[in-house]
Ligand binder design. Structure first.
Ligand code: GLY
Length: 371
């Protein structure tokens, strides 16, 4: 599988390269990291940032690929997990940057899932007022979403991603082969974002997902469908970001399902419901809200529910969550504007709109039906 998708941002444009190893002695994908970076006129010094478990699997291959292209590589290994997405981890990266004398032309390479990508992106955005970052996502979620578009950041004790910066990568390298070590729950979780692209942007992706019998584990997803999922999702993200880099309008549609999703994630202390599961619940709620408001039809809602179920994702609220508490939590969301909660609502398959006129009573009614 080989595809190059351009994120078109003028002088800050970059490529998302989707490449699998090929041939009898498979090389390619991750092994091409150095040669792909070699085309970008970057400085010689590279700080490879990863977490312990990812580095154990792929650290040597990434380092060898970089060194064979002439880069001087040092590394910074963080502990795995969302709980380490903090300023402390950023400090650790700054320490490694200082110890290895990174320069303005140097590059941080993020090898890992969304947490590693976001922390490293933020460290690169702020070290020496901004150095190069290359994203090498190793989870499906990071491949189809977090690694593209330049949103970087860490959590504050009071909320997720409250500290951050926009900082576009110089390159995103996706090697689908690394997904073979991805746990099944993380694969399912990412499918929520893939379904999201089908609903808000790419009706053809939606139809292709509908044709697959199962979407809940990678082994049931045929190689050509996995390729479509990766390429079409990255294309959707690249097209939206190219039109609205800083989320002043269109990019907000990528938050479909995220407003209620974040509230459910946070009310279950990020332990019961993970990000993708929250997004699935949020998409189910937003779709029903749109039906209630007469914006989209019940048949599309049914088709979306069928996909969510096929991906093994939840569409009901978890036990013990209070709907009034969800409504209160929505007010704290980053996407609140002038005190009004902004919902992304589907209009037709492949198109969504943002509305800040959804009445609290309708939200409560829909949420009660999802208990
Ligand atoms: N994950 C949504 C965005 O990057 O805009």
């Amino acid at each position: 599988m080989q595809s190059i998708i351009k994120v078109d941002l003028g002088p800050q444009s970059y490529n998302v390269c989707v490449r699998s190893p090929t041939g009898a002695t498979p090389t390619g994908g991750l092994d091409e990291l150095g040669s792909l970076m070699g085309d970008l006129s970057l400085g010689k010094k590279v700080l490879l940032v990863s977490n312990q478990s990812i580095f154990r699997h792929y650290g040597d291959r990434a380092t060898a690929a970089l060194e064979s292209a002439g880069f001087e590589v040092s590394s910074c290994i963080l502990p795995p997990g969302e709980q380490y997405k903090t300023l402390n981890s950023v400090q650790k990266i700054y320490g490694a940057a200082l110890a290895n004398r990174l320069e303005r032309s140097s590059t941080m390479v993020a090898l890992g899932g969304g947490v590693v990508g976001d922390i490293t992106g933020f460290a690169a955005a702020t070290w020496l007022r901004g150095i190069n970052v290359v994203q090498v996502p190793t989870s499906l979620l990071a491949m189809v979403d977090a690694s593209i578009g330049g949103k970087t950041g860490v959590n504050h004790p009071e909320g997720k991603n409250l500290i951050g910066a926009f900082h576009q990568p110089r390159l995103v390298l996706i090697d689908p082969d690394v997904l073979k070590t991805l746990p099944a729950r993380e694969f399912r979780s990412a499918m929520a974002e893939v379904i999201k692209y089908g609903v808000v942007w790419d009706v053809e992706l939606f139809s292709k997902l509908e044709k697959s019998k199962r979407l809940d584990q990678m082994r049931y997803v045929k190689a050509d469908l996995l390729a479509e999922i990766l390429i079409r999702s990255c294309q959707a993200k690249a097209e939206v970001v190219s039109k609205d880099e800083k989320e002043s309008g269109l990019r907000a549609i990528l938050n479909y399902g995220h407003t209620i999703g974040h509230a459910v994630e946070s009310l279950t202390n990020y332990k019961v419901i993970n990000h993708g599961e929250g997004v699935a619940i949020g998409m189910a709620a937003s779709s029903r809200l749109a039906v209630e408001l007469g914006m989209w039809d019940a048949e599309c809602d049914r088709r979306q529910s069928a996909l969510i179920e096929k991906a093994g994702l939840p569409a009901k609220l978890p036990a013990g969550v209070d709907v009034e508490e969800i409504l209160n939590t929505l007010q704290l969301d980053k996407k609140v504007q002038d005190g009004k909660v902004r919902f992304v609502l589907p209009v037709r398959l492949g198109e969504a709109a943002v509305s800040d006129r959804v009445d609290g009573d309708v939200i409560l009614q829909v949420l009660r039906e999802m208990l």
